[in-house]
Design a protein around this ligand. Structure first.
Ligand code: HEC
Length: 162
């Protein structure tokens, strides 16, 4: 008598712990999709024209001018960002002392020149974890829409004159 007891268990639960303080939706990113099985179907020798080898597209990168209206962005910044980043982006908001690592000085032109608008956009939309930074920087994509993020970037840039 054979008994195949297959229990399909998904891999899950990684990384829940670190994100408790952040009251935002956190996607369980970084799950590798199944590796491509070598010729599982039929051994057809002639290949199809040209299929792209990598199925994972890059995150939807924004295009065009990423700097919107700095005044509108300033209001959003004061509302959502200053608690950690400080009113002038110096990394000295009331919560900043509790953060490890602490937010960088976004008033520093030297530092801000190392970041492209695209990188900044990505961090704001998808969170620090998506860019190899602290998950305490939450993804704001569910709260700020594309135009909001561009406004915030314009404001952020004005803090350092970059
Ligand atoms: C709960 C605290 C918190 C809030 C609120 C917050 N951030 Fe952050 N943010 C951080 C931390 C901490 C980092 C640093 C991550 C790192 O360096 O690993 C960070 C990093 C960043 C970065 C990456 C730039 C860099 O220093 O490399 C940008 C851009 C940013 N935040 C923008 C924003 C904006 C815009 C908002 C508001 C919409 C916001 N943050 C709200 C904590 C916060």
């Amino acid at each position: 008598m054979e008994r195949s007891h297959v229990c399909a268990r998904g891999v899950r639960g990684a990384g829940l712990a670190a994100l408790l303080l952040v009251g935002a939706v956190v996607a369980c990113g970084g799950e590798a999709s199944a590796p491509s099985a070598p010729a599982a179907t039929a051994p057809t020798p002639s290949a199809r024209p040209s299929e792209p080898p990598s199925p994972a597209p890059p995150p939807t990168l924004p295009t065009g001018n990423l700097r919107g209206n700095p005044e509108l962005g300033g209001r959003l910044y004061a509302m959502y960002c200053a608690t950690c980043h400080g009113p002038e982006g110096r990394g000295d908001g009331p919560i900043a002392q509790t953060l490890v690592p602490r937010p960088a000085d976004h008033g520093s032109a030297e530092y801000m020149r190392t970041l492209s608008d695209e990188e900044i956009y990505l961090v704001i939309e998808k969170g620090g974890a998506a860019a190899g930074k602290s998950p305490m920087m939450a993804p704001w994509g569910g709260i700020l829409n594309d135009s909001d993020i561009r406004d915030v970037i314009a404001h952020l840039r004005s803090l350092s004159g970059t």
